[in-house]
Design a protein around this ligand. Structure first.
Ligand code: HEM
Length: 422
């Protein structure tokens, strides 16, 4: 029997958020059905200021065959062994350089700031091969202004944040467009070379499944490179920071992580081999720590969709035009699914499997057609950061607390006092 939702209704209920009538789902099966939909019934739906900032052709807004094509192209590139090998070396270099700057004993370090710095550099390297220098400083400055517009009043009047953010985006777009044009020219000159160094190359080479070899327009590529920074920029450093926070509060878990990482380090010293990406990703306890961090942190706590037609899921009728908020937090903190959900317990993943259980009950990276294309990049970065941190330093964390609104942050940026391992 199908029911039209009225007021609070069990695990799926109707409410008002940001002035919009919304159906909130805290039900794993309903969430899975929403995520699995390939754009026929549900399309992304964001508050007005976000849609304005992203633009209509952003991967986060588009649907149908174009979305599928762009998403597949990015996933293919991020999964390619050559990219992962290059990126592993780059992440190692960024992390070790950053850690080397903390060398003094009893030195105070703000983990959140350090993690942000490391992961921003890695992100722009992966997306557009910007590698330090003025371009990186420019992007850092403009991106900071741009991102403030994500949570602001949706008016573009002079002096208002949304207008300032859109101006910052215009400046970033000019720079990105220049890089994209230069890259296309050099591709035309070296037509036989089909190696992709970054997401720009991947999108420039993307020709679709059709015979007409339709390339993606340059403005489309430039815009998407900037818009793809949004889901990756804050989430990775916050996962790194929260992992350090949870480990600081759980010495037994930290001890086991240190032992696992030290064993790999000793093996590498003995053989003289360098680290490859699978070394990091196959450390089972490290992956359990990352799973547990992502489960508890809920950095992306939900996804928003809008129904394009009346649809019935598990007996609930979702009327056409209504927004659905599929909550990940509700599932990740459900004590029917995770025993003692507020307790940091990396060992629970030994039972569930290090790769996580089904996407219905563990979906920090979303699922279905919009499954995060940066998933492996994120896991690799967090793994490398934790590995080098625990094999280089001991630390004592100062008192701090996690804030969940409007986005996940540490109240004091997680200050720790570090001492180098002798
Ligand atoms: C811990 C880190 C990360 C988390 C928790 C995370 C989470 C997510 C989630 C939940 C979605 C799905 C949104 C939806 O269905 O509407 C998503 C999409 C996306 N993520 Fe990530 N992400 C992370 C890192 C990254 C990184 C490093 C990148 C690199 C560029 C990235 C790029 C994207 C893109 C482009 C999308 C949009 C995909 C689409 O709509 O087709 N993410 N992410």
């Amino acid at each position: 029997m199908c029911c039209v939702l009225g007021g609070r209704y069990g695990k799926v209920f109707r409410t008002h958020l940001l002035g919009k009538a919304v159906i909130v789902s805290t039900d794993a099966e309903v969430n899975r059905a929403v995520l699995r939909d390939a754009g026929e019934t549900f399309v992304p739906s964001y508050p007005k200021s976000i849609t304005e900032l992203f633009g209509e052709t952003s991967i986060l807004n588009i649907n149908g065959p174009l979305h599928k094509r762009v998403h597949a192209s990015i996933v293919r590139f991020f999964k390619s062994p050559l990219f992962k090998a290059r990126l592993t070396a780059h992440i190692q270099q960024s992390v070790t350089l950053s850690l080397a700057s903390w060398t003094r004993t009893h030195h105070l370090v703000y983990v959140q700031d350090q993690a942000k710095q490391i992961s921003f550099e890695i992100l722009v390297k992966a997306l557009m091969s910007v590698d330090g220098g003025e371009d990186l400083d420019f992007l850092k400055r403009e991106y900071k202004e741009f991102i403030k517009g994500l949570i602001c009043l949706p008016f573009k009047l002079p002096g208002m944040q949304l207008r300032r953010s859109l101006k910052a985006k215009e400046r970033m777009l000019r720079m990105t467009r220049r890089i994209v044009e230069e890259r296309r020219s050099s591709m035309e000159l070296n037509a036989e070379q089909d190696d992709c160094n970054d997401a720009i190359d991947a999108l420039l080479r993307e020709s679709g499944d059709t015979d007409d070899n339709q390339r993606l327009p340059l403005d489309f590529i430039s815009g998407n490179i900037i818009e793809m920074m949004v889901p990756g920029e804050d989430s990775v450093p916050m996962a790194m920071t929260l992992a350090v926070k949870y480990l600081s509060d759980n010495p037994v878990a930290l001890k086991q992580l240190v032992e696992e990482c030290m064993e790999l380090k000793r093996a590498k010293v003995e053989t003289g081999d360098s680290y490859v990406c699978t070394d990091y990703l196959s450390l089972p306890f490290t992956q359990n720590v990352i799973n547990e961090t992502l489960r508890m942190a809920n950095i992306i706590n939900a996804v928003w969709r809008q129904a394009t037609k009346d649809v019935e899921i598990k007996g609930y009728l979702i009327p056409k035009g209504w927004c659905v908020l599929a909550s990940f937090t509700a599932i990740h903190m459900d004590d029917q699914i995770y025993k003692n959900p507020y307790h940091f317990d990396p060992w629970r993943w030994e039972k569930k499997g290090a790769g996580g259980c089904s996407t219905a009950t563990f979906s920090p990276f979303g699922g279905g057609q919009r499954l995060c294309p940066g998933l492996e990049l994120a896991r690799l970065e967090i793994s490398i950061f934790l590995f080098h941190l625990v094999t280089t330093y001991r630390w004592v964390a100062q008192k701090d607390e996690v804030l969940y609104f409007p986005t996940v942050k540490m109240k004091r940026k997680l200050p720790i006092i570090v001492s180098p391992l002798t």
